[in-house]
Design a protein around this ligand. Structure first.
Ligand SMILES: *[C@@H]1O[C@H](CO)[C@@H](O)[C@H](O)[C@H]1NC(C)=O
Ligand SMILES: *[C@@H]1O[C@H](CO)[C@@H](O)[C@H](O)[C@H]1NC(C)=O
Ligand SMILES: *[C@@H]1O[C@H](CO)[C@@H](O)[C@H](O)[C@H]1NC(C)=O
Ligand SMILES: *[C@@H]1O[C@H](CO)[C@@H](O)[C@H](O)[C@H]1NC(C)=O
Length: 623
C-alpha cells in the first residue's frame, strides 16, 4: 500500500532532477511488437543505456487498459525490491529478469491470453542519470479451426437475373480476424457488381475469438457446370500470414435447351421393313427437358415414346419420313426442335415371267425375267437343281431340250442390306416327241435258249409317253416294270428265249413315236448234267434228237443191206410188226427218263409225234 505513494514521490524527485540535469539522458530500446501464439510464453525485452552512470535504477512495467488511454502498473523493481503488482490481469503470470550482460530487463508473461494483446510500457528511472520509457505491443495469435465449406445442392439456373448463392464458408474461432477469399477453379474471385457478391459476417465471440462466415453469390453461366469452387482462409500467425484451402465443391447449373439432336440408335446401318427402330433425342439443356416426338407431316400427333427414346416396331415403307423431337423449356417457354430423315428400305416379292410354269416345244427358246421392286439396288441369280445357271434378272433358254426342263429359281438379294432377299421360280416343261434313251444303239445279243431276258426302254417326252412292246419269236413275255417319272417312262419286259427274237419298244405320245429294237439270237444249250434245270432240258432234247437221227441213218443202211441180201422179206407184215410195238413206246420212254419233269415229258411226246418217232423207239429197244 505504501509503494504507490513512494513511487509517486520518486517520480516527482526524478522530474526535479531532470530539470536540473537537462543534459543527462537514457536511451531506450524496445521492440515495436512481440508476437506469440495463444497460451505460449511472451518475452518482452526492455533495454536502456544511461549517458551518465546511474546510482540507482528503478524499473516499472505498465499495461494500457483495453479501450482506454489509462495505464495500469503491473511491476515495480529497484535495487532493493522487485514487486509484481497484485490484483491485475498479470498477477502471478509475469516475471522480470535481467538480460545477460546488457543493461536491460525482460518481461516474461506465462500462458498468454487473448486479453494480453495490449501495449506494454517499460519505464526506467536512473534519478540524476535521467529516465526513459519504451513500449512494445504484444500481439496474440490463434489460427482458425479447419474451414468448412457448404455448397448449394439445388440446381442454379443461368437465367437467374441476380447472383445466386453458390456456397458458404466458415472459419471459426481464430484471432485476429481472418479473411476468406473465394476461388473458381484456381482463380480468385473478386466481387464485381452484378456478377459476384461476397457477403461476410464477422462474429466476435465472447471469448474474444473471431468467427468469419462468407457467402459467395455468383451469376452462373453454362460454362460453370464443370467449375469447382472453393474458399481460402488467410490468417495471421507470428511469422506472417498463412492460408488454408477448403475442399472443392461443384454446382449443378441449369441452362435451357438450345439445340436438340435426334438420331437413330438402332438398328445400325440401313433399315428395312419389319425392323424395330429406336430413335433417340438429346438436347444440350440441363436438366434434360421432357421430349415429345412426332412426324413432320403430323405435327399435332405426338408419338408414344418413353423419355428420350421413340421405338417404332415392325416398320413399313410408309413409316419413312422426317421425324421430329421437341422440347419445351420450362424456364424460358422456348420450344426447340430436332429432326431426322428415316428411310425404310424394302424388297417386294419377286415376280417371274412366265408365271408358275411354261411349256416349250423342243428347240424353242424362251426369255424368262425375274423382277423384285426395291428401294435399293438388287442382284439376281438363277438356279436350277441348286446349280447357278444365270445371272441378272433376264434368263435366256435357247434351243430347249428335255434337259432344259425343270424348276428355275431366281434369287434376288440386296448387297447393301443382306437382310433383304426374295426369290421366285418358274417351271419349264419341254414338249416333244418321245426321245428314247440309247435309241441309236441297236441291241443285238445272244442268249441261251430257255433263258429269261430283261429288255428295258426309257423314253423322255412331254406329254409323258406310253411304251408298248412288240415281241416276235417268243410267246412267253411279260412286262415286269413300268415306271413314270416327271419327264420319262421306263418299261422292262422279261422274255423267255425260245427261238430268235425280235422285239420293239415303241414310246408314243400325242406328238410322236420313237422305236427301239432288240434282237436276240437263241443259242442251243448242250448240257446233260443232272439234275438239270428246265432251261438245260431243251439242250438234252436236241442231243437226243440228233442221236435218234444218227441211229435212224444207221438202221436205214442196215435194212438196205439186208434187203439186198434177201434175208429179210420186205412186206407189210414187217411194217406191221414195227407199228405193233407203238402201244408200249410210252411206257418204255417213261421208264427210261424217270427223272424228267412233266414239262420235258410233254416235249418228248411232241418229239414222239414226229415221223421219226418209231425209229427212235426201235433204237432204244435195241440198246
Ligand atoms: C484481410 O484483408 C484485408 C483487406 O484486404 C487486409 O488488409 C488484411 O491484411 C487481410 N488479412 C489477412 C490475414 O490476409
Ligand atoms: C460433382 O457433382 C456430382 C454430383 O453432384 C458428383 O457426382 C461429382 O463427383 C462431383 N464432382 C466433383 C469433382 O466434386
Ligand atoms: C428281270 O427283271 C425282274 C424284275 O425287275 C427281275 O426280278 C429279274 O431278276 C430280272 N431278270 C434278269 C435275268 O435280269
Ligand atoms: C411299233 O413301231 C413299229 C415301227 O415303227 C411298227 O411297225 C409297230 O407296229 C409298232 N407297234 C406298236 C405296238 O405300236
Amino acid at each position: 500500500m505504501a509503494f504507490p505513494k513512494n513511487s509517486f514521490i520518486l517520480v516527482f524527485l526524478l522530474v526535479c532532477s531532470l530539470s536540473w540535469n537537462a543534459w543527462a539522458k537514457v536511451d531506450m530500446t524496445m521492440e515495436e511488437s512481440v508476437e506469440v501464439y495463444l497460451g505460449d510464453i511472451a518475452d518482452i525485452p526492455c533495454q536502456y543505456v544511461f549517458s551518465e552512470q546511474a546510482r540507482a535504477v528503478m524499473i516499472q512495467w505498465f499495461v494500457r487498459n483495453p479501450g482506454s488511454s489509462s495505464r495500469e502498473r503491473i511491476y515495480y523493481g529497484d535495487n532493493t525490491q522487485q514487486i509484481v503488482d497484485g490484483g491485475t490481469d498479470f498477477t502471478g503470470r509475469i516475471t522480470v529478469s535481467d538480460i545477460g550482460d546488457q543493461e536491460g530487463v525482460l518481461l516474461t508473461i506465462q500462458d498468454v491470453q487473448l486479453t494480453d494483446e495490449r501495449e506494454f510500457f517499460c519505464q526506467v528511472n536512473g534519478m540524476a542519470a535521467g529516465n526513459g520509457e519504451g513500449k512494445t505491443h504484444l500481439r496474440v495469435f490463434d489460427p482458425p479451426e479447419a474451414s468448412v465449406i457448404e455448397g448449394v445442392h439445388a440446381g442454379i439456373s443461368v437465367t437467374n437475373e441476380l447472383p445466386s448463392r453458390i456456397a458458404s464458408c466458415e472459419a471459426r474461432n481464430s484471432f485476429p480476424k481472418p479473411n476468406i477469399t473465394w476461388y473458381r477453379d484456381s482463380s480468385p474471385l473478386t466481387p464485381t457488381h452484378g456478377q459476384i457478391n461476397v457477403v461476410t459476417l464477422v462474429t466476435r465471440e465472447s471469448s474474444g475469438f473471431y468467427t468469419v462466415q462468407s457467402e459467395l453469390q455468383y451469376k452462373v453461366a453454362k460454362e460453370d457446370k464443370d467449375a469447382l469452387f472453393s474458399c481460402e482462409v488467410s490468417y495471421y500467425v507470428p511469422e506472417g500470414v498463412r492460408t488454408a484451402k477448403s475442399k472443392v465443391i461443384n454446382i449443378t447449373v441449369h441452362f435451357p435447351t438450345t439445340i436438340i439432336e435426334l438420331w437413330k440408335e438402332s438398328p445400325q446401318g440401313l433399315v428395312k421393313e419389319g425392323d424395330t427402330v429406336e430413335l433417340r433425342c438429346q438436347g444440350d439443356g440441363n436438366p434434360p427437358p421432357p421430349f415429345t416426338f412426332n412426324r413432320e407431316q403430323e405435327q399435332e400427333t405426338a408419338l408414344e415414346a418413353s423419355d428420350d427414346t421413340l421405338v417404332l416396331r415392325e416398320v413399313i415403307r410408309g413409316d419413312s419420313g422426317v421425324y421430329q423431337c421437341r422440347s419445351l423449356d420450362l424456364d424460358t417457354y422456348e420450344q426447340v426442335t430436332g429432326d431426322m430423315q428415316l428411310t425404310i428400305h424394302y424388297l417386294d416379292p419377286a415376280v417371274v415371267v412366265p408365271k408358275d410354269s411354261e411349256i416349250l416345244l423342243k428347240g424353242e427358246s424362251l426369255t424368262a425375267t425375274c423382277n423384285a421392286l426395291s428401294s435399293l439396288e438388287t442382284a439376281t441369280v438363277w438356279f436350277k437343281n441348286g446349280q447357278q445357271v444365270g445371272k441378272g434378272h433376264v434368263l435366256f433358254l435357247q434351243d430347249a431340250t428335255y434337259d432344259t426342263a425343270g424348276e428355275y429359281v431366281c434369287e434376288v438379294t440386296v448387297s447393301s442390306l443382306p437382310g433383304l432377299h426374295t426369290s421366285g421360280s418358274v417351271h419349264i416343261i419341254v414338249q416333244g416327241a418321245p426321245q428314247m434313251k440309247d435309241a441309236d444303239r441297236e441291241v443285238e445279243m445272244d442268249e441261251g435258249t430257255g433263258k429269261w431276258v430283261n429288255l428295258s426302254c426309257e423314253a423322255h417326252a412331254h406329254p409323258l409317253p406310253t411304251i408298248s412292246w412288240t415281241v416276235t419269236g417268243s410267246q412267253s413275255w411279260r412286262e415286269v416294270l413300268t415306271r413314270a417319272t416327271e419327264q420319262s417312262t421306263i418299261s422292262v419286259v422279261s422274255i423267255k428265249v425260245t427261238s430268235d427274237i425280235t422285239a420293239f419298244c415303241n414310246a408314243t405320245n400325242d406328238i410322236g413315236t420313237e422305236t427301239r429294237s432288240f434282237s436276240i439270237r437263241a443259242i442251243p444249250m448242250v448240257t446233260l448234267t443232272a439234275p438239270y434245270s428246265p432251261a438245260e432240258g431243251n439242250g438234252v432234247i436236241i442231243v437226243v434228237i440228233i442221236l435218234c437221227i444218227l441211229l435212224l441213218a444207221i438202221l436205214g443202211s442196215v435194212l438196205y443191206f439186208l434187203h439186198k441180201k434177201g434175208k429179210i422179206p420186205c412186206g407189210r407184215s414187217g411194217k406191221q410188226e414195227i407199228t405193233k410195238e407203238n402201244p408200249n413206246k410210252d411206257d418204255i420212254v417213261v421208264e427210261m427218263k424217270t427223272n424228267t419233269k412233266t414239262e420235258d415229258a410233254g416235249l418228248l411226246k411232241g418229239v414222239n409225234g414226229d415221223k421219226n418217232g418209231p425209229s427212235d423207239q426201235y433204237m432204244d429197244l435195241r440198246k
